[in-house]
Design a protein around this ligand. Structure first.
Ligand code: GDP
Length: 299
């Protein structure tokens, strides 16, 4: 239900317009597909993903398999679902103890909030959780994380502002091992204006984690803001090149008409979307389910 409400605007901007197009059409032809292409692009599915979708629809049209608007709608729905189904190791904390999740992303996308929500979820599942305050660059970052830590009832490992983030990572993983934590959530900086430094910093954190616990981090979760549309895709590529991102959390899906970018992200990056944020509250994080998403969109 929340997923439905969260997607209301995207539903209108994407499927609402598709349905209007299909209602008025005389039949399925090249011209209709061109109009569909325009809708998909303006609904933030991205150029590349849109072209792939249209091409595969054209192929079906040529084979005479797309004679009716309802068939076209179903075909499009199926193609979109396929692009969201990325195979990945599940984000399953049973895989290691402590299960280390390094959280990366640009400032303001909702990283802190997502860490707080995730911590809460794991606590609800009866897990012992630690949070590491790896953004030592922004003075307020650790404090903000502390607030979320208190809300979720978990301890935050931090050092003074300006200290080495890799040292925080070291402390955090040591503490997680010593206290037999099930999950360690490690926040990191997101200052994009010093891009090169930031990426080096993230790589160093990864090296420290892997040295202290071979295989860690077990998940590198990239947080992106759905309201930024195609810009999120650019950010994702940047992080993907520097640190091997293993999956995504997409925030602020509530209230945006740009949910179409989920399809672009799934299709173009080949990364699984693990979570979607649908509000500012501690409960407002949902595991992402491509089937539910597509059903809510094409209801
Ligand atoms: P950070 O700089 O990446 O750590 O970003 P924050 O976690 O501080 O979040 C930035 C803003 O986005 C805050 O006002 C959050 O309440 C808001 N926010 C985060 N996630 C969501 C979400 O899923 N939905 C909405 N509506 N707001 C969110």
């Amino acid at each position: 239900q929340r997923m439905r409400t969260g997607l209301a605007k995207t539903q209108a901007s994407l499927v609402g317009r598709i349905d209007a197009l299909l209602r008025g059409c005389q039949g399925v032809d090249e011209e209709l597909l061109e109009e569909l292409e325009e809708i998909l692009i303006t609904a933030d599915l991205g150029m590349k993903t849109t072209q792939q979708l249209i091409q595969s629809l054209e192929m079906r049209l040529d084979k005479g398999q797309l004679n009716d608007p309802d068939v076209l709608r179903e075909a499009l729905k199926g193609e979109i679902r396929d692009r969201l189904m990325q195979e990945s190791a599940p984000l399953d904390p049973q895989r290691a103890t402590p299960f280390v999740i390094m959280v990366v992303g640009v400032n303001g996308v909702g990283k802190t909030t997502t860490i707080g929500k995730l911590a809460h979820q794991y606590v609800q599942q009866g897990k012992k959780v630690l949070v590491g305050a790896g953004d030592t660059f922004r003075a307020a970052a650790a404090e903000q994380l502390e607030v979320w830590g208190q809300r979720a009832g978990v301890e935050v490992i931090r050092q003074a502002a300006g200290s080495d983030p890799a040292a925080v990572a070291f402390d955090a993983i040591k503490a997680a091992q010593a206290r037999k934590a099930d999950v360690l959530l490690l926040d990191t900086a997101g200052r994009l204006h010093t891009k090169v430094n930031l990426m080096e910093e993230l790589k160093k954190i990864r090296r420290v984690l892997d040295r202290e616990m071979p295989g860690a981090p077990h998940e590198t979760l990239l947080v992106v803001d759905a309201t930024t549309g195609q810009n999120a895709l650019v950010q994702a590529r940047l992080f993907q090149e520097a640190v091997s991102v293993s999956g995504l959390a997409l925030t602020k899906l509530d209230g945006t008409a740009r949910g179409g970018m989920l399809v672009a992200i799934g299709g173009e990056l080949g990364l699984p979307i693990h979570y979607v944020g649908i509000g500012e509250g501690i409960e407002d994080l949902r595991p992402f389910d491509p089937d539910l998403f597509v059903e809510a969109l094409f209801r």
